[in-house]
Ligand binder design. Structure first.
Ligand SMILES: [Zn+2]
Length: 202
């Protein structure tokens, strides 16, 4: 099912995101992190064929590239590093050495270069179209860098439900959003703490 945001249909690689979508290009960072669904125990990057297709669809990796197994290991590691980075926006701890190491691998392997568009905008890019995974993942880091510069990164958050940890985009004016979804996580957690309090009282 394609989600609908301000009249725009989501791209196919974001079809697993149903609400609280980040604006493009940050949407791709959100979609990548949420390829792991802790609640449903599904992982788009766990199965070679599905992962190869998703990464190609998202423009992160040419499906003809060799070493898919090693690339999927790196992709899954980077996914948790990005989740930790987003977690910083919701009070999470600084990144551990294990979370920083795959990020350093990507920033060392990738070769971003300056690009100038016909409109005169100067940007950093990693080339046209999908190529090596390291370049695709570096592209995600460049997107995060831009979002950190324009302030939109602060709105990327992790759901407060520790069994969920879904990455969502908080568009609320107060920026106080704490759940990926009030019905599925907010109320569940509230009910759980209510039950715990009652059990304590009893
Ligand atoms: Zn949640």
């Amino acid at each position: 099912m394609a989600a609908n945001l301000t009249g725009m249909t989501s791209p196919s690689w974001a079809s697993h995101l149903l609400h609280r979508l980040a604006p493009p290009p940050l949407l791709l960072v959100q979609a990548f992190v949420n390829t792991l669904d802790l609640d449903l125990h599904t992982d788009v990057l766990a199965h070679a064929d599905e992962a190869r297709a998703w990464l190609a669809d998202a423009g992160l990796r040419d499906p003809e590239q060799p070493d898919l197994a090693a690339d999927l290991r790196l992709a899954r590691e980077i996914r948790e590093s990005l989740r930790a980075m987003i977690g910083r926006n919701t009070g999470g701890p600084p990144l551990t050495e294990a979370e920083l190491r795959p990020l350093r691998q990507v920033t060392t392997d990738a070769v971003p270069r300056l690009e100038v568009a016909a409109g005169g905008q100067v940007t950093l890019g990693t080339g046209d179209g999908p190529g090596r995974l390291a370049d695709g993942l570096a592209g995600l880091l460049l997107t995060i860098r831009d979002a950190q510069a324009d302030g939109s990164w602060d709105r990327m958050k992790l759901c407060g439900n520790p069994d969920c940890l879904w990455a969502f985009y908080d568009r609320s004016h107060s920026r106080q959003g704490a759940w990926c979804d009030m019905a599925s996580c907010g109320n569940r957690l509230k009910n759980r703490s209510l039950r715990a309090r009652r059990a304590q009282a009893g």
